[in-house]
Design a protein around this ligand. Structure first.
Ligand code: R5P
Length: 299
């Protein structure tokens, strides 16, 4: 029996790409709200004894997580053989420490919630900063894919004309491997974050890059303030239309408008759908999950 892939609301394109790419079957999950705003869910068809996958990217996660957990619990109840989650963007990875007394370490709490509901999870470039691996917080296997390949393919078209900029020390691991593969020079900036929307960056001397185009690379553009301050300085140094390239374009609130107003061009992958999501990571996800889905590998 073929595995069944179900789209959580808003993830229909992702579920169709996974179904087509893996040769699994597309299952039908009916989802709506009751008048009191509680969720109604119904799986059509028989999932008993079959492997099931829920497709759900987890940007803006709070409204998505409860329906997701209810769906996973229902699949368990209906006798699914195994339940996987494909979340191209996995939320709640950034609060990985208690910075102030009493703060929630939400990365850990969220990992426990998902680990209790799923048998395996697949994602692209989770934000690993103070954790060395997903196994530190997730008790189920997490299959991790990397967007590096699609970013490098994009950069190769501009080989010899660009230099890369990692906006903070954390981005060093990320920007250095992309730079090596794309054969482009790179620098990293020093970032100071004083609050959610209060960020500054300092540049080394970049006069040697005169005549090249700047490409800022980060794993996530969230509020966009990190990219915005870096773009503003690059433009002031005379580097016109810097490209902001990222795996995950959350682009919260008016981030896209602010970045464009600062002079940036924004290019992201489709881990989060939207007008900047020009680079397709779905083939990577297909490759990542196929062996687990068809039982060639134990998750
Ligand atoms: C840092 O921890 C990340 O790699 C990104 O630099 C950060 O998440 C971007 O956040 P924002 O867009 O809110 O400045």
């Amino acid at each position: 029996m073929k595995p069944q892939i179900y789209a959580m609301p808003g993830n229909e394109i992702l579920a169709a790409a996974l179904t087509d790419g893996t040769g699994a079957e597309q299952g039908r999950l009916e989802y709506r709200k009751f008048p009191d705003r509680e969720s109604y869910l119904r799986f059509h068809g028989d999932v008993t004894g079959r492997s099931a996958v829920l497709a759900c990217s987890l940007h803006d996660p709070d409204s998505k997580t409860l329906p997701l957990l209810l769906a996973a619990a229902t699949l368990r109840d209906l006798g699914a053989k195994s339940i996987g989650l494909v979340a191209p963007y996995l939320a709640y990875m950034r609060q990985d420490r208690r910075f102030k007394d009493g703060e929630a370490v939400t990365s850990l709490a969220f990992a426990r919630l998902l680990s209790g509901a799923f048998d395996w999870i697949a994602t692209i470039d989770p934000h690993l900063h103070r954790y060395a691996s997903m196994a530190e917080i997730y008790s189920v296997p997490v299959l991790v894919g990397h967007a590096t390949r699609v970013l490098v393919d994009y950069l190769r078209q501009r080989q010899g004309t660009i230099f890369l900029v990692g906006p903070d020390e954390e981005s060093e691991q990320w920007v250095s491997s992309v730079a090596k593969a794309a054969e482009a020079p790179y620098i990293t900036l020093r970032k100071t974050r004083r609050g959610d929307n209060d960020v500054s960056v300092s540049f080394p001397d970049i006069s040697r890059f005169e005549g090249l185009a700047a490409v800022l690379i980060d794993d996530i553009i969230s509020s966009g303030h990190t990219m915005q301050v870096a773009v503003a300085q690059l433009v002031a140094f005379g580097f016109r239309q810097p490209v902001c390239l990222a795996a995950h374009g959350i682009l919260a609130a008016d981030a896209m408008e602010r970045l464009k107003a600062a002079g940036a061009v924004i290019v992201t992958t489709n881990t989060i759908p939207g007008p900047t999501a020009a680079l397709d990571v779905n083939p990577l996800l297909v490759e990542l999950i196929r062996p687990t889905l068809f039982g060639e590998l134990k998750p």
